[in-house]
Write a protein that binds this ligand. Structure first.
Ligand SMILES: [Zn+2]
Ligand SMILES: [Zn+2]
Length: 281
């Protein structure tokens, strides 16, 4: 697998790539803008060119853009739906200009809306976003922790999105903390095998491009979105060892979204890298 961490780009792209390189990353995830604002700054094409060059030089590629937390594709409020589509298109355009392979997004929440109606509305917005997608860019839908009316808490539902829209550049990102919170017991080899086999059946592994590797202290099926250090939460190191050992995931990209500062990122990266060193023996 290509492995990396989510990196803040507030100090510039050079500092972000330097940070990832220091940690031994072979992939990276960023926000393209402020993840809590509907306003987007003008696209910095020169900066993105430099970012692509620096990533290539450091071997830190692919890159994933995580979209804004404000995106809700299933909203019945036309302002929120329109704003969500605009944010999604912006990130897809940044990806196209910056040679960035993946744009990862949350689907949002059905709220009080009828789920079927919300599903159809989300599909329509995704289709509108995909209509303008550039070659080489993939839009990936992230599984949620599955609380209440959140979209995408199950592999079955993610599979329905992928099949209903049926676009070759639409795929999925599986976040381990969210999967655990949604009730998938991925703390053991047999649990991981069952999870990956269900993903293969419902979605197709060729559509699962990205993993988010996060441990969590939320109990199994607890439906809350909290990330914790690798091997120090309730999923535990064996779950990640089982994921690292699967040959059918070897071409995928894994991003850590664990809390803390550089020393925490370094420790979490080292914990994951050690699993790959083990499985290569
Ligand atoms: Zn996310
Ligand atoms: Zn995630």
């Amino acid at each position: 697998m290509r492995i990396g961490v989510h990196v803040r780009v507030g100090d510039g792209y050079r500092a972000a790539v330097e940070y990832a390189r220091r940690l031994g990353c072979t992939a990276i995830q960023i926000f393209a803008g402020n993840p809590r604002s509907y306003r987007s700054s003008p696209i910095d094409s020169e900066g993105l060119d430099a970012f692509a060059r620096l990533r290539a030089e450091a071997g830190v590629d692919p890159c994933v853009i995580h979209t804004s937390y404000l995106i809700n594709l299933a909203s019945e409020d036309p302002k929120i739906a329109g704003g969500s589509l605009r944010l999604l298109k912006y990130d897809l355009e940044v990806a196209a200009i910056g040679g960035i392979r993946y744009v990862n997004t949350h689907l949002g929440s059905y709220g009080k809306r009828d789920r079927g109606e919300g599903f159809d509305a989300a599909c329509a917005l995704l289709e509108a976003a995909l209509a303008g997608i550039s070659p080489g860019v993939y839009l990936v839908l992230e599984n949620s922790a599955g609380a209440g009316s959140l979209c995408g808490g199950t592999l079955e539902e993610l599979g329905r999105f992928v099949k209903a829209i049926d676009h070759p550049q639409l795929g999925v990102c599986l976040d381990t903390a969210h999967a655990w919170a949604a009730g998938y017991d991925i703390g053991s080899q047999s649990g991981v095998d069952a999870f990956v086999e269900e993903a293969a059946e419902r979605i197709g592994l060729d559509r699962v491009h990205v993993f988010h590797f996060n441990d969590t202290e939320v109990p199994l099926g607890g439906n809350r979105d909290r990330h914790w250090h690798i091997g120090r939460g309730l999923i535990g190191i064996e779950g990640f060892r089982a994921l690292a050992a699967r040959p059918d995931l070897r071409e995928k990209t894994a991003i850590l979204e664990t809390p803390g500062e550089e020393e925490d990122d370094a420790r979490n990266m080292a914990a994951i890298r050690a699993l790959f060193d083990d499985s290569a023996l």
